[in-house]
Design a protein around this ligand. Structure first.
Ligand code: NAP
Ligand code: HSE
Length: 427
């Protein structure tokens, strides 16, 4: 057994970093009585030394030079909660090179540099833990790495971005405009410092890549994951989905088909009977299907300071116990797996088209679908002063065939504007 005091160097004291320090303070004695370890945050690095840091006690050393935290021999373990690729990558790399365990919530970093950093942690025989990087407070990574280690996992489908789920819920429940809902999500501490990563689907794509690494041992990086976001989803789309008994959700899909993987992110209309459709607000949920376990779902807060801090603290305790027992756990080898190209996948689609309201227009638009051998399930027309909004739900069609029809539709003189195109999934 090694030392009983573990000194933590914290990089970042923003939404998650400050919540982590607050949570650790309240749980310190309980952690000591359960593990015999005293966890102390001794060093904190931030950008701006002039900001109020009243959450820190007087003994904590505050610096704006994060390298000093990494290199300090008094720091046993590093918690990276700065976010972004650089300088986080260099700092995490340096900590691991110094044989210090690292806990991070940084999905961008892991989805771009995961393979390299996991290899380095393995070489140095230290933990690199990242529960908070996917689905906030939900202990998904631990379940995949431990409880489901022997499970032949087939599919993981998740709402893994709290900001977008919050926005979509507010649009649906309160008819709130998109921009107002985004502002609220930012004020509540859910969004990334640049919320484009959330609304474009990139943040969820990073999480999908990490899920693919952990669940399938696949060497997948963010660049491999096609993603679509929610920026183009309008109030009319949300209202249509509600009338049709569906909810629009941003989904991360990681599925295994024989030796290939599908890893992608897109918004989809889910019928109300699907367990993921009732996940509201900043909550996340991850639905796992496996050959033995059948179906299971994990649910919890996907964003916000305290829920994320809870996941970080769980990892810190794990790493501290491992450090004290002079052990660690690595993620295992990542291997290259062929990825299915999204455009070969079949789905039903919601397609909205804004047209001039004149005789023959509906027939012209419908003929384009027919020409591309796309069958229509339902069609609805909404009048709007000399214009009309046509909404089609197609039967299942490959994405590339639909693309062909959309491109032809956009060239028709009667089409004012192609609206949103959203996959429609079954329960
Ligand atoms: P945040 O509120 O923007 O805080 C970032 C912190 O890092 C700030 O304290 C900032 O300093 C510090 N920092 C940034 N660049 C720095 C640099 N070059 N040197 C020293 N300090 C630097 O971010 P957050 O929301 O806490 O997110 C932190 C990480 O957790 C990100 O990877 C994010 O993706 C992840 N995450 C966040 C959530 C969430 O709900 N917020 C959930 C899950 C995961 P100043 O205080 O001086 O500005
Ligand atoms: N911005 C992220 C979200 C934070 O909204 O889900 C949690 O990773």
């Amino acid at each position: 057994m090694g030392k009983s005091q573990i000194r933590i160097g914290l990089l970042g004291f923003g939404t998650v970093g400050s919540a982590f320090v607050e949570l650790l303070e309240t749980q310190k004695s309980s952690i000591f009585s359960k593990t015999g370890l005293e966890l102390v945050v001794t060093h904190v690095a931030v950008n701006d030394l002039t900001k109020d840091r009243s959450g820190l006690n007087a003994q904590t050393l505050l610096t704006n030079k994060p390298n000093e935290v990494i290199e300090n021999t008094e720091v046993d373990l590093v918690v990276e909660l700065m976010g972004g690729l650089l300088p986080a990558k260099d700092l995490v790399e340096a900590a691991l090179e110094n044989s210090k365990p690292v806990i991070t919530a940084n999905k961008e970093l892991l989805s771009k540099e995961g393979r390299h950093l996991f290899t380095l942690a393995g070489v140095r025989k230290v933990d690199l833990l990242f529960e908070a990087a996917v689905a906030g407070g939900i202990p998904l990574i631990r379940v995949l790495r431990e409880s489901l280690l022997g499970e032949p996992v087939e599919k993981i489908m998740g709402i893994v971005n709290g900001t977008t789920n919050y926005i979509l819920s507010q649009m649906e429940e309160k008819s709130m405009p998109y921009s107002e809902a985004l502002l609220e999500a930012q004020n509540l501490g859910y969004a990334e410092s640049d919320p484009t990563a959330d609304v474009s689907g990139q943040d969820a794509a990073s999480k999908a890549a990490i899920i693919a690494m952990v669940a399938f041992g696949a060497d997948v990086s963010l660049d491999d994951v096609p993603f679509e976001g929610i920026e183009n989803i309008s109030s009319a789309d949300v209202a249509f989905a509600k009338r049709a008994g569906c909810a629009i959700k941003l989904l991360a899909m990681v599925s295994k088909y024989e030796n290939e993987l599908e890893v992608q992110v897109y918004p989809a209309m889910l019928p109300n009977s699907h367990p993921l459709s009732s996940v509201r607000d900043s909550f996340n949920a991850v639905f796992v299907e496996g050959a033995a376990v059948d179906s299971l779902m994990l649910f919890g807060r996907g964003a916000g300071g305290m829920p994320t801090a809870s996941a970080v603290l769980g990892d810190v305790i794990d790493a501290a116990v491992n450090l004290s027992n002079r052990t660690y756990r690595d993620i295992g080898d990542l291997t290259e797996v062929p990825l299915i190209q999204g455009d070969e996948q079949k789905s039903a689609y919601y397609v909205s088209v804004q047209v001039i309201d004149e005789p023959g227009v509906l027939a012209t638009v419908a003929s384009v679908f027919a020409k591309h051998d796309i069958s229509i399930q339902t069609m609805e027309q909404e009048g709007m002063d000399r214009e009309a909004r046509l909404v089609f739900i197609t039967h299942e069609v490959e994405e590339n065939r639909l693309e062909g029809a959309l491109s032809e539709l956009s060239n028709l003189s009667c089409v004012e504007k192609l609206g949103t195109v959203i996959r429609v999934l079954e329960a």
